[in-house]
Design a binder for this molecule. Structure first.
Ligand code: ADP
Ligand code: MG
Length: 477
């Protein structure tokens, strides 16, 4: 008997917190990290008589995502009540969209190991977040600050095939929502989290196997590990002739394993029904047109343009489009200087190194794009060497000063004046007669020693080409 080979089938449900100032259905502030229960109001608390009012901003943000993923936008969608009992849900139901979601049939494109992949989205719908239960040693507490925060839930078709693909898909989603400015995508703060649905089927099969759902994963590393672990778990069950049970499982990152939460039999019956407090959500064409007009150039298009316009490699363009603000910074510098490839090299080596060192984002960068262009021009016109320029760059980053100011203040102007170089060269030769003798006896690589001496004497500011030329002349004599 040959062992069955299994194929993994994965579908992700990702929750993204929308970057609104107030909650989905009330004017309560939405501030992460505020004192417990300070971001609440009668609607959030579910007090009798309090009525929800749709926050317009969340609709705009969801429309932006819908357009960016090429989704079909439902002109008339509906909010429903999803009922369950939990202390962090004071109303006893969550307002969500059920049978009439705002967006359907979008796609997300990404690259795995250099191969382009595309995954279809079943739907993107709006819903409100629940609060948080905090379990302490002897008591449990409820913080309702997160209750009523607007979310979009992005549901993918079961088209992912490996843990790595799922991780890349999620990274792409995070980049996209940040790029669009609709969410900070902060996974530590729970702004982006997902449920991963995993099943196996024999390779070549076309029907789906029974899935298990891994709940509430909030890091790329965990999504990959949890899925790998789940694939291994189901493989062991199926190889032993068993059956996978349809259930929700909780990933325990510390233990590196998952455990069952509830099976299909215990699954909630949410008793969805249209929320009678909220009218149908009607989106007119003008609103869609406005959202479309405000859409930024998307990451994939931007990457392609950077390659075409500035002669960058695809890898360069990937790094520079990690964040929209970084791409903007790069383009401003590239336009100010003219040589995009060189600017790209400086951004990727010098700038990103400095930013990474003190964990700053490009928005907090002390160097203006024009200042990098000015620095490169100082190299172009021979005022400073490339080596000195790197020093100047570090000082620009530390002080925010313009490169010209630093070069002047610190006397870093390159010495091209041959008489000064000649004086230093003569001194070096006179002080090192043995080395000069060796050079003259045919050991011409000794010139490197003298170049080093002259550079030391001139504080690294001598033009290397001029130094070489002068030394060769004097030593040859
Ligand atoms: P549920 O009703 O259990 O939430 P859905 O059919 O709504 O299930 O799908 C939820 C998510 O699970 C979607 O992302 C979908 O792609 C994925 N999914 C559905 N069936 C499977 C399966 N057999 N294997 C893997 N993923 C699946
Ligand atoms: Mg589900």
């Amino acid at each position: 008997m040959t062992a069955t080979k299994w194929e993994a089938v994965i579908g992700l449900e990702c929750h993204v917190q929308l970057a609104t100032e107030t909650k989905a259905f009330s004017a309560s502030a939405s501030i992460y990290g505020a004192p417990p229960n300070s971001c609440t109001d009668p609607t959030v608390l579910g007090l009798p008589g309090a009525l929800p009012v749709v926050n317009r901003r969340q609709i705009e943000l969801a429309l932006t995502l819908g357009l960016a993923t090429g989704s079909t936008l439902r002109r008339r969608s509906r909010f429903s009540r999803k009922h369950y009992f939990y202390p962090d849900l004071p109303k006893g139901y969550q307002i969500s969209q059920f049978d009439e979601p705002l967006c359907e049939h979008g796609t997300v494109e990404f690259v795995v190991d250099g191969v382009p992949r595309s995954v279809r989205l079943t739907r993107i719908h709006l819903e409100e977040d629940a609060g948080k239960n905090l379990h302490r040693a002897k008591r449990s507490l409820v913080d309702l600050n997160r209750a009523g925060v607007p979310l979009v839930e992005i549901v993918s078709e079961p088209e992912l095939r490996s843990a790595e693909e799922a991780g890349e898909y999620m990274r792409t989603l995070r980049q996209l929502v940040r790029w669009l400015g609709i969410s900070d995508g902060n996974m530590e703060e729970g702004s982006l989290r997902c449920d991963a649905n995993v099943s196996l089927r024999p390779v070549g099969a076309t029907t789906l196997g029974t899935k298990a759902e891994l709940k509430n994963i909030n890091s790329f590393k965990f999504v990959e590990r949890a899925i790998e672990h789940e694939i291994a778990r189901q493989t062991a069950i199926l190889d032993a002739g068993g059956r996978v049970v349809q259930e929700s499982r909780l990933w325990d990152a510390d233990a590196g394993t998952s455990h069952a939460m509830r099976s299909k039999e215990e699954a909630h019956d949410y008793r969805y029904l249209p929320d009678p407090d909220l009218p149908p959500l009607v989106i007119d064409e003008e609103w869609i047109d406005r959202a479309r007009a405000a859409l930024p150039e998307l990451p994939t298009a931007r990457r392609q343009r950077l390659v075409a316009e500035y002669g960058l490699t695809v890898a360069d363009a990937r790094v520079l489009t990690e964040e929209r603000a970084l791409a903007d910074w790069f383009e401003a510098a590239a336009r100010a200087h003219g040589d995009g490839k060189r600017v790209s090299n400086w951004v990727q080596s010098e700038l990103l190194r400095e930013l990474n060192r003190d964990a700053r984002t490009i928005d907090a960068c002390p160097i203006r794009p024009e200042a990098l262009a000015a620095l490169l021009r100082l190299i172009d016109d021979g005022t400073i060497s490339g080596k000195i320029a790197k020093e100047v760059f570090t000082k620009m980053y530390a002080s925010g000063d313009a490169p010209g100011v630093i070069v002047e203040r610190e006397g870093l102007v390159q010495v091209t004046d041959t008489s000064a170089i000649e004086t230093a060269a003569r001194a070096a030769i006179d002080a090192n007669p043995k080395q000069a003798e060796q050079y003259r006896a045919g050991k011409t690589q000794m010139i490197g020693f003298f170049v080093g001496q002259v550079m030391k004497a001139t504080g690294g500011k001598a033009n290397p080409a001029a130094v070489n030329e002068v030394l060769a002349r004097l030593l040859g004599a």
